[in-house]
Design a protein around this ligand. Structure first.
Ligand SMILES: Cc1cc2nc3c(=O)[nH]c(=O)nc-3n(C[C@H](O)[C@H](O)[C@H](O)COP(=O)(O)OP(=O)(O)OC[C@H]3O[C@@H](n4cnc5c(N)ncnc54)[C@H](O)[C@@H]3O)c2cc1C
Length: 272
């Protein structure tokens, strides 16, 4: 029988728990998520990860549509032999934060003046370009160079496909047969006067209360519990603790007699 869900047809999970676990740390936001997999038939082992197929931040999509002078309803390519309205394609299909080399080249070609960028795009300035691009997103170039005009179709042709993000499974199916847990650091930072958001970590933190969380397991070839009763030493700083939460649940559930050491490191003893 063909499995119902796949990489190209991920299971629409349901967010059951979305809880901050480090209220005491103002510099960092770490969340515990529990996602229902009821009816999916999906399986995974401790050590595996789950691919999350996030969608982009709607306010950023609207800002890009405005900067393009578009309505969002224009029909554009949206994957192999598929088309979609621009708004939907920017939400679901394309990476809209990191500028691609061909997008940067197109800005230089079309803007009335972008001398610095033109210079940085020369092959001998790779390192300087990287430094310049740190914290810069597609929207910055659109706003800084309004003379660079693109039709919606041309614009999406300069973007890459939105990729799923992997999260270590932080629970085991023997203990939680109908769900998967994650421990996620939410990416938020300020650069060039704007608040930036990681796509998938903020999707999980902010945008899943009223929409599914599309997920599909990703098998880890070389990261699993040892067979039998071997002693284990686990070192998991920050969200690196996630897979070991699954390991410990599994060890307890199967009654493994080996000893377990877990070393956990974080920024602050209180609050993390
Ligand atoms: C096998 C595997 C397991 C993983 N497990 C976990 C897990 O259990 N928990 C977890 O939290 N993550 C985990 N990750 C990482 C996770 O997949 C994502 O990469 C992470 O959550 C960021 O994704 P995002 O879409 O939120 O951010 P993105 O949209 O991908 O943005 C991240 C990018 O933002 C930029 N950026 C970030 N901070 C700054 C800054 N201060 N200044 C300028 N630019 C910045 C960097 O370019 C960075 O690459 C795992 C990754 C792998 C490969």
């Amino acid at each position: 029988m063909t499995p119902l869900y796949s990489r190209t047809n991920p299971f629409p999970g349901k967010m059951l728990v979305n809880r901050r676990v480090n209220e005491g740390n103002r510099n960092k936001e770490t969340r515990h998520h529990e996602i229902s997999l009821t009816g999916s038939g999906l399986t995974f082992e401790p050590g595996d990860s789950m691919a999350v197929y996030a969608t982009n931040d709607p306010p950023l999509v609207e800002e890009i549509i405005r900067a393009l002078g578009a309505t969002g309803d224009e029909i554009v390519p949206a994957g192999k032999n598929e088309t979609a309205p621009l708004r939907q394609a920017l939400l679901r299909n394309y990476a809209i934060t990191t500028p691609t080399p061909k997008f940067l080249k197109a800005i230089v070609e079309r803007a009335s003046a972008a001398p610095l960028l033109e210079e940085l795009l020369r092959p001998d300035h790779k390192h300087d370009l990287q430094v310049y691009l740190w914290g810069m997103e597609v929207i910055d170039f659109l706003l800084q160079h309004p003379s660079a005009r693109f039709t919606p179709g041309e614009f999406v042709g300069l973007l890459t496909k939105l990729q799923p993000r992997l999260y270590s499974v932080a629970s085991c199916l023997r203990v939680y047969p109908d769900s998967v847990h994650f421990i996620v650091d939410v990416i938020r930072y300020e650069s060039h006067g704007r608040l930036r958001k990681g796509v998938a970590s903020t999707f999980l933190a902010e945008r899943c209360h009223d929409q599914p969380v599309p997920v599909f397991p990703s098998v880890a070839k070389h990261f699993h519990l040892p067979e039998g009763d071997a002693d284990i030493i686990m070192v998991g700083p920050g969200t690196g603790i996630a897979p070991f939460r699954a390991f410990l649940q599994e060890r307890r559930a199967v009654g493994a007699r080996g000893r377990n050491w877990l070393f956990f490191g974080a920024q602050r003893g209180s609050g993390d």
